[in-house]
Write a protein that binds this ligand. Structure first.
Ligand code: PLP
Length: 403
């Protein structure tokens, strides 16, 4: 497009390489279409959202209101307020068996921010970062933004998508800087058994690479799987970075609150980055987070019990549909079935399945391709049992006729 000055639009909007290296989340495409349909009054069975359908617990909301009334509306330390850093260390110790000091804790504007700043603080141009596939969609782009190279290690449905230490080790090269692990996993719900996780840590120690553990879904585990932090393993701390989030555990996605637990020099580097970019996380949110850390965990247990019920229901419903196979998710609030048996001319891949499902049955799911797992779809059960039953009946009809 030509402008009045005679210059072309593209000349002015010559964006920086660091922005051109990354892409807008592809998960959004189907979800935006679902939003459009909903706005038109269409009854969409929405399995898209990666966020709890529960409200933030009352005691947390009340703490925010109190903070506002007490005018806690000023800048805080870039690291976060001192009582919150202490409370996060205490909570993590009590819940997950670690032993961090407040100097090893920095508070961020969400778990994504925690991961982003950590990667920016450690990864140089050309450095490799190992991630397991299926991966959370943001990992490759965060790594690329920092100038690094994502190195993808596949996991397998037959092995419940568990990331294996031996596979991680095979992918390590002299350029490897970090291994990024997410357990419970988005999108598969996979939980790495503690002994396998400890083996991954051993590999990282032996090969002198950082282990970044994304604990976003730590408290949503089912059956024998229990909340676990690699930071609880003796000797882990000096190689380990914990990225934590309040979003899912306390149903606080919109509040934007996360943290990094790591050796002090790294925590200081993350704070330095924040000091020149976002500054402190929202002050009111910090007081709400303090109430979450110091308050009862009963609301988390209530949410977990409801997720557990929904998980049973959706797994049984999906497995009853011919041609759909689904590994058992041990955590998070997603199921990740393989739908490739239903591919045909009209829908040759998972993106096609997601589009057709939305178009024909008004069921919103996320295709597996952006998670590095073509052939699958991600179904979030952070929605009511009634919507789950409705969605399942539509999927039965859809796959019944598409087969
Ligand atoms: N890590 C994983 C695996 C996630 O799924 C998410 C959110 O969906 C996050 C981190 C970041 O969450 P937030 O930035 O809301 O704390």
């Amino acid at each position: 497009m030509e402008l009045a000055t005679g210059r072309k639009m593209e000349e002015i909007f010559h964006l920086a390489d660091r922005v051109n290296r990354i892409s807008v989340s592809q998960t959004m495409v189907v979800l935006q279409e679902a939003e459009r349909l909903k706005a038109q009054g269409v009854d969409v069975a929405d399995f898209g959202p990666g966020e709890p359908d529960f409200p933030t617990p009352e005691h947390i909301k009340r703490a925010a209101i109190k903070a506002l009334e007490e005018n806690r509306t000023k800048y805080t330390s870039v690291f976060g307020i001192a009582p919150l850093r202490q409370a996060i260390c205490d909570w993590h110790a009590a819940q997950l068996g670690s032993s961090y000091q407040p100097a090893e804790c920095v508070v961020n504007t969400g778990g994504k921010h925690a991961i982003f700043n950590t990667v920016c603080a450690l990864v140089n141009s050309g450095d490799e970062v190992i991630i397991g596939a299926p991966y959370w969609v943001s990992y490759p782009d965060i790594i690329k933004y920092a100038g690094g190279k994502p190195v993808v290690v596949p996991t397998h449905a037959e092995d419940e998508f568990i990331l294996r230490a031996a596979e991680v080790e095979k992918a390590i090269t002299p350029r490897t800087r970090m291994v990024m692990v997410n357990s419970p996993n988005n999108p598969t719900g996979a939980v790495i058994p503690p002994d396998e996780f400890a083996k991954i840590l051993e590999v990282c120690k032996r090969r002198h690479v950082w282990l970044l553990s994304d604990e976003c879904y730590s408290h949503f585990t089912y059956g024998d799987a229990k909340p676990f932090s690699i930071a609880s393993v003796p000797g882990a701390k000096e190689h380990t970075i914990i990225a934590g989030s309040f979003s899912k555990t306390f149903a606080m996605t919109g509040w934007r609150m996360g943290y990094v637990l790591a050796p002090k020099p790294l925590v200081d580097a993350v704070a330095k980055l924040q000091s020149q970019s976002t500054s402190n996380p929202n002050s009111i949110t910090q007081y709400a987070a303090l109430a979450a850390m110091r308050g009862s965990m009963d609301t988390v247990a209530t949410m977990l019990a409801e997720y557990a019920r929904r998980r049973e229901s959706i797994l049984a419903g999906l497995r009853a549909i011919p041609g759909i196979t689904c590994a058992t998710p041990r955590g998070a609030f997603y199921v990740f079935p393989n739908v490739s048996a239903h591919f045909n001319k009209q829908m040759p891949d998972d993106v096609g399945v997601a589009k057709q499902l939305l178009e024909r049955e008004h069921v919103a799911v996320v295709p597996g391709e952006p998670f590095g797992a073509p052939g699958h779809i991600r179904i979030s059960y952070a929605t009511s049992m009634e919507r789950i039953q409705e969605g399942l009946s539509r999927m039965r009809r859809f796959f019944g006729s598409a087969a």
